[in-house]
Ligand binder design. Structure first.
Ligand SMILES: *Cc1c(COP(=O)(O)O)cnc(C)c1O
Length: 394
């Protein structure tokens, strides 16, 4: 893709960039949609006579480049590098930039797989890991003052409790102590939240979720502005090889084009579902967690930090307990009982038994009666009717 082509869209809105940046019509045929370049290697015109730098698809592939440019543009960042999964992106960003003896400060509510990677792979490798209530800026500052950390790791909204961390404030505090901030922006997506603009040093995504958006691809990305870190990440990406296939990249491209529209609808539906759940009697619904509700402790920060909605994930604790939670998710008809989130279809799950089973017994343990709902883009009244009949069935 040419820099001149992408430059045309620099000043446009996200919705426009998502559809055009990195999507220059194919120079040989004029194909409007980026082809799936299903090729492992590229012809050289004489030794090292590379066409557009293309040598081997672990290092570079035009479909992947197209997605990387599209995502960087949507984020308003200099660089995006895509990976074969969100965890591969997290692994490479950290392994490229930390070494044994460095420390990472982690929020106390994060994706279970992130905690597993850090505690079971990075800690045995010699990296120090401490967990803090990341929403409490005083606790974060105390930890940073006591020990040097390479990174503060923030998820906001967090998975599964939807805790909200003030990115600008956390970055300001961390930078005072020479610590970098990474935001896992998977839940908000670039349609709602721009951590780099708020002061974060890097953003990571599981593109499996809202960016792919259709539950048909597993992928991840690192987004950043720093030239040196970009070089380190690109080096390890090529050296270790966790790259997405051309077809994965093509699915991510197609998903990202409609992200803004989908997330708007996800957010509208989730707010309606959250409000309906909150209106249920307290002997049925113990607590609803959604940053769009005024009852949410992070609502004010979320309203400032997220632009145009609060995302599509709602968590709810059932008064009747853990067994009732399991029965409830087994009785929905439109909501599918499955892990993951961010697709067009509504999903429902019990984190303590499913996505977050790996944090049981740690400081990140989640309540057993918690249900996480990924609200899809179906009709909101149909979704509420389904939850209503499932609640009555338990
Ligand atoms: C799913 C998820 C990940 C991991 O991504 P994969 O694509 O499953 O590897 C990381 N962070 C968050 C917040 C997630 O929801």
């Amino acid at each position: 893709m040419s820099a001149e082509y992408n430059a045309q869209f620099a000043a446009t809105d996200i919705a426009t960039r998502a559809i055009h940046a990195g999507q220059e019509p194919d120079p040989t045929t004029g194909a409007v949609v980026t082809p799936i370049y299903a090729t492992s290697t590229f012809k050289q015109d004489g030794v090292l006579g590379l066409r557009g730098g293309h040598d081997y698809s672990r290092s570079i592939n035009p479909t992947r480049t197209s997605f990387d440019e599209q995502l960087a543009a949507v984020e308003g960042a200099k660089y995006a590098l895509s990976f074969s999964s969100g965890l591969a992106a997290i692994d490479v960003l950290l392994r490229a930039t930390v070494k044994p003896g460095d420390n990472i400060l982690l929020g106390n509510d994060v994706y279970g797989g992130t905690y597993r990677l850090l505690s079971k792979v990075f800690v045995p490798w010699g990296v120090g890991l401490d967990v803090v209530d990341i929403t409490d800026s005083k606790a974060v500052e105390q930890a940073l003052a006591a020990k040097h950390y390479a990174y503060v790791w923030v998820e906001t909204p967090s998975n599964p409790l939807l805790n909200i961390t003030d990115i600008a404030l956390t970055s300001q505090i961390a930078h005072k102590y020479g610590t970098k901030v990474v935001v896992d922006n998977t839940f908000a997506s670039p349609a709602l939240q721009h951590p780099l603009d708020d002061g974060a040093d890097a953003v990571v995504y599981s593109t499996t979720k809202y960016i792919g958006g259709h539950s048909d691809v597993v992928g991840g990305a690192v987004v950043l502005n720093d030239d040196e870190v970009r070089e380190q990440v690109a080096f390890l990406q090529n050296a270790a090889g966790a790259v997405p296939s051309p077809f994965d990249s093509w699915l991510d491209i197609r998903g990202l084009k409609t992200l803004a529209l989908r997330v708007q609808r996800h957010s509208e539906n989730a707010l309606k579902v959250a409000q309906w759940l909150e209106s249920q009697p307290s002997d049925v619904i113990e607590r609803v967690w959604y940053p769009g509700l005024e009852s949410h402790p992070g609502h004010e920060i979320a309203a400032r930090q997220m632009h145009g909605g609060f995302g599509g994930v709602v968590s709810v604790q059932l008064a009747a307990g853990a067994e009732a939670a399991k029965r409830f998710v087994d009785h929905t008809r439109i909501f599918t009982l499955a892990e993951s989130l961010g697709g067009v279809e509504s999903l429902i799950e019990v984190p303590a038994a499913m996505t977050h089973a790996s944090v049981a017994g740690t400081t990140l343990q989640v309540p057993a009666n918690l249900i996480r709902i990924s609200v899809g883009i179906e009709n909101a009244d149909d979704l509420i009717a389904d939850l209503d009949q499932a609640l009555k069935a338990i």
